[in-house]
Design a protein around this ligand. Structure first.
Ligand code: GLY
Ligand code: MN
Ligand code: MN
Length: 486
């Protein structure tokens, strides 16, 4: 096992540099340009963009780590609580926030003022937040539409209700479909600068996964591995983009405990990501054999997942739908499991019946950007083309992204195979898809766990590009790294 020094703050160079240093002229132009395009897409009324506030953890002065609203980051760029922006007709824009208090310097030292934030954002006007409800009330009196996005935090729902003078229950139904559609159309296509941010985050993920592969061994608690990858992120000055999964029970899909001991023969599934300085996300999964060597059975199933990922990545192309990408992974999974004797019958019929979902119950992936599930707060307007509804079938119904892919989309490709004892038992007892599942062969898999492999992929003009620093993912490459001496 390497010593502390070997997983210290080695600089990594993935050829990309984050671009979100607050206040650079390039950024001011970027945010102004994005707002101008939004204003053009939603030509009438007022656009209201609320930022996030501090969220108290146990009392007001001890908040959770602050995370700015991603739409606010995208259009305004200010990574500071307690703000809002109004985009008025004829290009007028106002940034709202707390006015300076003479004592602020005591608690915060030298810091940007509201005027500085407005200048960085490229907004000519700034006002105290307390002025906002009056302006909105005047707009209402004049019959001007106020466009806003549906809030995902209860505190923002109540804040919007206060500002707009409506009941909290009326806020979500009053959200603007036109603004939602315009924001999705803009944010779903990533620029080179945004891609560079994501590749920066993946550079840190690469360091985290190499560390995990070098230190994972029997006898350690999952929390040790969690702490080591968290340490790498912290040493790089970055934070997680979601609570990581670090578990020897990968078959429990949302497993956020870190209390199990690693044993030789276990599979350790790590699904984690970080945010770049500009808050663009990575989202990577690798599955490792504790002890450093896959058993024959683990390697066989691993190869099925790897082939499903390869087939799905190959299916990513402009004009293809992500439903087709998902189904490519589903077919590869069913075909591979048939070769292993766990499924049977015609592969296309098995996939149409949803039989593969016993082993691969989730979707192939989601958009990624400023949110790890990019814009998921806006619902299926993000993942489904107009007029296309989610399937009601178990498995396919969990597909977050089905829509037609276009150049600039960034998506995750994350197939998996899991042996979920309760699900296998439920399906077996009910005879679900019995023509396609070899239930008689599943008994030996009750303690197998789960395997997932996840990478972040950009849709390009002529196909796709797997983003960022390559992270070992073939069984051989993983075994080589896990056996490497310090
Ligand atoms: N880590 C969340 C996901 O993979 O979707
Ligand atoms: Mn993930
Ligand atoms: Mn993901």
């Amino acid at each position: 096992m390497p010593g502390l020094a070997s997983w210290g703050p080695e600089p990594y160079d993935n050829g990309s540099t984050p671009t979100s240093t607050e206040g650079s002229p390039m950024q001011t132009a970027t945010w102004k340009g994005r707002r101008a395009a939004l204003r053009e897409a939603v030509a009438d009324g007022i656009i209201l963009l609320p930022g996030n506030d501090e969220a108290p953890r146990n009392y007001a002065d001890n908040p959770y780590p602050f995370r700015q609203d991603s739409h606010f980051l995208y259009y305004v760029g200010t990574d500071h609580p307690g703000m809002a922006a109004l985009l008025l007709p004829e290009g007028r824009e106002i940034l709202f926030g707390a006015p300076e208090h003479p004592d602020d310097v005591v608690w915060f030292g030298p810091h940007p003022t509201l005027g500085d934030f407005a200048a960085q954002a490229g907004m000519a006007d700034h006002r105290p937040l307390a002025d906002l409800p009056g302006i909105l009330a005047e707009a209402a009196r004049q019959g001007v539409t106020v466009h806003y996005l549906p809030p995902y935090r209860e505190a923002n729902r109540r804040k919007l209700a206060d500002w707009l003078g409506v009941r909290a229950a009326e806020v979500a139904p009053g959200a603007s479909a036109a603004l939602t559609a315009a924001v999705v159309a803009q944010r779903e296509v990533k620029t080179d600068a945004e891609v560079a941010e994501m590749e920066y985050a993946i550079g840190c993920s690469a360091l985290m996964y190499r560390t995990a592969m070098q230190v994972a061994r029997a006898g350690l608690q999952e929390s040790r591995i969690m702490g080591m990858i968290a340490g790498v992120a912290l040493m790089e000055g970055l934070s997680f983009s979601f609570p990581p999964i670090v578990t020897v029970h990968g078959e429990v899909l949302h497993n956020h405990g870190y209390g199990n001991l690693l044993k030789d023969g276990d599979l350790l599934l790590i699904d984690s990501g970080v945010e770049s300085p500009g808050h663009y996300c990575s989202d990577i999964t690798r599955t490792l054999p504790v002890g450093g060597v896959f058993t024959r059975k683990q390697r066989d199933v691993y190869e099925v997942v790897l082939e499903a990922q390869r087939a799905a990545i190959e299916a990513v192309a402009p004009g293809a739908t992500n439903l087709q990408v998902h189904l490519a992974a589903a077919r590869a999974t069913a075909s591979g499991l048939k070769d292993l004797g766990l499924m049977q019958g015609d592969v296309d019929e098995a996939v149409a019946a949803g039989a593969h979902a016993l082993f691969f119950p989730h979707g192939i992936g989601h958009m990624i950007g400023l949110d790890v599930h990019d814009m998921e707060d806006l619902g299926d307007a993000v993942g489904y083309d107009p007029g296309v509804a989610r399937s009601g079938q178990f498995g396919l119904g969990f597909l977050r992204l089905a829509k037609t892919l276009r150049p600039g989309f960034a998506v995750t490709i994350e197939p998996g195979v899991y042996f979920i004892p309760a699900l296998m038992e439920r399906w077996r007892a009910a005879g679900t898809c019995r023509d396609f599942i070899r239930y008689d062969r599943l008994e030996g898999f009750a303690g197998f766990g789960g395997i997932r492999i996840e990478d972040d992929v950009l849709v390009t003009e002529d196909g796709r590009r797997v983003l960022g620093t390559p992270i070992p993912k073939t069984p051989d490459d993983i075994e080589v790294l896990m056996s490497a001496e310090d």
